[in-house]
Design a protein around this ligand. Structure first.
Ligand code: HEM
Length: 459
């Protein structure tokens, strides 16, 4: 068995500085220079980046039990406890089985209605902002948080929605600030940022436990995500989730659902503003399928080209660009030794730009996702939601949300990036915001409508 190739690194630090400075560029270089399995070191910890799709399948599916969340998820565990994102083994398996029915398609008609209602609630504010620069990154993250909150708690949160939004702004800032130091400073260390985070968590905990207690007393609790999680029973022993477990899963869903989807919709709108021909094709589809109606869940299946736009956006800007795992037992990947206790990284960001699978990878081209083109590629070369048993449980929820929110936005507005605003997928976070100017979409002339309906006008 051989040691995988990789860069040398410095004494004591290994490759920590390069990794800490810009992990995505570092990983792109590793993939370019060393191929499918590259070895490096974070201080004394051995790490590997795996970018060969067949080997990614091995980590995510064939031998997934050997690759747990472990230490790389310590910060997330501090915030969300032992929820679906952070837990492992039997504990995770039981929770996944209990939570899965809540995400079955039966509930998506209701979820889609919650989504379109949330967009309607946002419209008066956007109407008032017409012609002015708007930070759409913040707006869309708040929209996604509203949707997650209402899907989980229906109206129980009515009076606390703003408090929750404020708390999640703090939590998001805590995660961004720790993304570089997280490997070095444990979340339990009494730094000012960690202490502030602890205070925010206490507030949210009180809120969530209060909602759970009210539900336990209710004769007919609502059938929202929390209601479905509370009603779920283990088929082996009939047990259900405890208050503590419900708290952890609620926190997990709130966070996992809003940051990712809000960020992705922000990228979608940025891409639409940058590629007017793509925007025109999407608007034409939206007009043909919906006219001026709100999209229902059933409508989302008719929005095939719009879906391709979402998929292409998640190729270039995956909300989970780096996926770490801790190795349980010694293993071998691609003939190379992978020691127990080391870290393995998968990276959708790197895989989605690999010239082995994507021609001209930096170009934005939704037609890569026509069914014929998808069928030509290795399934594990595209994984914005990860694949295998740990696949995102909310992937259909997220797709539905995007296919409800973006068409509704397009029915009303057009966007222009504020001059000087760069769209670069380099860091995939919007610490300085994504500023765009909104204009009201002009009513289509009868000529345009006929053209969209297929009555030949364009030469
Ligand atoms: C564009 C939107 C989204 C993206 C790109 C995304 C991406 C991901 C990724 C990459 C993972 C795997 C993380 C890992 O294994 O380390 C994941 C897991 C998860 N996601 Fe999402 N997600 C999105 C939206 C959502 C939504 C809307 C929800 C809930 C309503 C959700 C809930 C979860 C949960 C609970 C897990 C853990 C699943 C498990 O391990 O059993 N996500 N997501």
């Amino acid at each position: 068995m051989s040691t995988a190739p990789g860069p040398k690194g410095q004494p004591l630090l290994g490759n920590l500085l390069e990794f800490g400075k810009d992990p995505l560029s570092f990983f792109l270089r590793l993939n370019r220079d060393y191929g499918g399995v590259a070895r490096f070191k974070l201080t004394s910890k051995i790490a590997h980046l795996i970018t060969d799709p067949e080997l990614c399948k091995y980590v995510m599916l064939d031998n997934y039990k050997n690759y747990r969340k472990g230490k790389p998820y310590a910060r997330a565990r501090f915030a969300f406890g032992e929820g679906l994102i952070t837990s492992d083994g039997e504990y995770w398996r039981r929770h996944r089985k209990l939570a899965q029915p809540a995400f079955s398609k039966d509930h998506y008609i209701d979820f889609a209605k919650i989504m379109s209602d949330a967009v309607h609630a946002m419209i008066p504010k956007w109407d008032r902002s017409i012609g002015k620069p708007v930070n759409i990154a913040t707006e869309l993250r708040n929209l996604a948080l509203q949707i997650a909150t209402r899907s989980l708690f229906t109206t129980d949160i009515e009076n606390d929605a703003e408090r929750l939004q404020h708390a999640f702004n703090e939590i998001n800032a805590w995660f961004s600030s720790g993304s570089k130091t997280g490997f070095l400073i444990p979340p339990t260390a009494p730094t000012p940022s960690n202490l502030r985070m602890r205070k925010v968590m206490k507030e949210i905990d009180a809120l969530i436990y209060r909602i759970i207690a009210t539900r336990r007393r209710a004769k007919e609790p609502p059938k929202d995500l929390l209601g479905l999680l509370m009603a779920a029973r283990d088929e082996d022993d009939g047990s259900s989730l405890s208050d503590g477990e419900l708290r952890d899963e609620s926190m997990t869903i709130l966070f996992a659902a809003h940051e990712t989807t809000g960020t992705t919709i922000t990228w979608v709108l940025s891409m639409l503003s940058k590629y007017p021909e793509v925007e025109r094709r999407m608007h034409s589809e939206v007009t043909r399928v919906l006219g001026k109606r709100d999209p229902s869940f059933t409508d989302t299946f008719q929005l095939a080209y719009s879906k391709q736009i979402m998929e292409e956006t998640m190729r270039l800007c995956p909300a989970g660009p780096i996926i770490p795992r801790e190795v349980v037992n010694d293993d071998r990947i691609g003939g190379h030794e992978i020691p127990a206790g080391s870290v393995v990284f998968l990276s959708p960001y790197v895989m989605h730009r690999d010239v082995r699978f994507w021609e001209n990878p930096e170009a934005f081209d939704p037609d890569r996702f026509t069914p014929e083109n998808v069928a030509k590629r290795h399934k594990y070369s595209y994984m914005p939601f990860v694949l295998g048993p740990r696949q995102c449980i909310g992937n259909h929820f997220a797709m539905t949300e995007m296919l409800v929110a973006v068409p509704m936005i397009l029915q009303r507005y057009q966007f222009q990036l504020v001059p000087g605003m760069q769209i670069g997928a380099k860091h995939l976070r919007f610490n300085e915001g994504m500023w765009m100017t909104l204009s009201r979409r002009a009513e289509p002339s009868p000529l345009t409508v006929r053209a969209d309906a297929g009555v030949a006008l364009e030469s």
